[in-house]
Design a protein around this ligand. Structure first.
Ligand code: CP
Ligand code: NVA
Length: 328
């Protein structure tokens, strides 16, 4: 498998074999790290991390992974560069491409990261856009495979806002890997039809299936994985909270949502999550709407089915694999 020089912008650009290779490589690099086997094979290389939205996991994963691989990192925060304000993406790409061996970009529209990749001349990794969150996918699939030993044939249920970066990416990834994907939510939040059609076509080749349903009991029946994400994403206006809560509260992941799932079912969330009142936004939402837990209850989040911290750790191993595969 040779992915050298390839961008990592969305999973639609990758074959099932390439995705599986990245999951395998993540597992291999994870084992090396655990055993203390050095893997600083990218010594002498430099990468730039551009974050136009905030981050904990993605930024730290890129930094730690780069250091483990022997690389140096420059972090550009949402205000610390000329990007967008004084310099176009195409110009920025051509400048950074002269200095760096790879560029990570987190921001708004997918077209921005695609434009960056078009002009950079070095691999560009999508660290999240409104539409897709591809690095999260490799971590999530690694986590699921660690728990079940396999991916193909599992039933994966996504509850909540399924029409944004996480729902879209997970639907594509499940389709590619032969996993049965269910978006179980208010129909207003189903992924866009064009993407659903694409995924159904892919699913027909891989043995996966794509189901959209508003019925929680039916949607979660025999689920292996129940996944959710925040109801209001970065970059969305605060004013949408009222509508989101109203539309999505029936799709909160709570103990009842697991009633119909398999006994072995796990809970996943890309994080950060609103499961208690220990955050500023969580408190504000509580004061305004009286809801102390949002997309997931504290009971589920802290309960035995939850694998969210394994998932978060796997961000680092999988981002390392993505950089290694595209740079080595
Ligand atoms: N899951 C994820 O991307 O987390 P951060 O926003 O903290 O990077
Ligand atoms: N949908 C979330 C994902 C965060 C990792 C957001 O875009 O804010």
């Amino acid at each position: 498998m040779n992915l050298k020089g390839k961008n990592f912008l969305k999973l639609m650009d990758y074959t099932p074999e390439e995705i599986t290779y990245l999951i395998d490589l993540s597992a291999e690099l994870k084992e090396k790290k655990k055993k203390g086997i050095a893997h600083d094979e990218l010594r002498g290389k430099n990468i730039a991390l551009i974050f136009e939205k905030t981050s904990t996991r993605t930024r730290c994963s890129f930094e730690v992974a780069a250091h483990d691989l022997g690389m140096q990192v420059t972090y550009l925060d949402p205000s610390g560069s000329q990007i967008g304000k004084k310099e176009s993406i195409a110009d920025t790409a051509r400048v950074l491409g002269r200095m760096y061996d790879g560029i990570e970009y987190r921001g708004y529209g997918q077209e921005i990261v695609e434009e960056l990749a078009k002009y950079a001349g070095v691999p560009v990794w999508n660290g999240l856009t409104n539409e897709f969150h591809p690095t999260q996918m490799i971590a999530d699939m690694l986590t699921i495979r660690e728990k079940f030993g396999t991916l193909k044939g599992l039933k994966f249920v996504y509850m909540g806002d399924a029409r944004y970066n996480m729902g879209n990416s997970l639907m594509v990834t499940c389709a590619k890997l032969g996993i049965h994907f269910v978006a179980c939510t208010n129909a207003k939040y189903f992924p866009e039809q064009k993407l659903v059609d694409y995924c159904k076509e892919v699913a027909a080749q891989t043995g996966a299936s794509i189901t959209l349903t508003e019925d929680v009991a039916e949607g979660t029946k025999d689920a292996d994985v129940i996944y959710t994400d925040v109801w209001v994403s970065m970059g969305e206006p605060e004013e949408v909270w009222a509508e989101r809560i109203n539309d999505l509260k029936a799709y909160q992941v709570n103990e009842k949502a697991f009633e119909n799932a398999k006994d072995t079912a796990i809970f996943m969330h890309c994080l950060p999550a609103f499961h208690d009142l220990n955050t500023t936004i969580g408190k504000q939402v509580y004061e305004k709407f009286g809801l102390a837990e949002l997309e997931v209850t504290d009971e589920v989040f802290e309960g035995p089915r939850s694998v969210v911290f394994d998932e978060a750790e796997n961000r680092m191993h999988s981002i390392k694999a993505i950089m290694y595969a595209t740079l080595k």
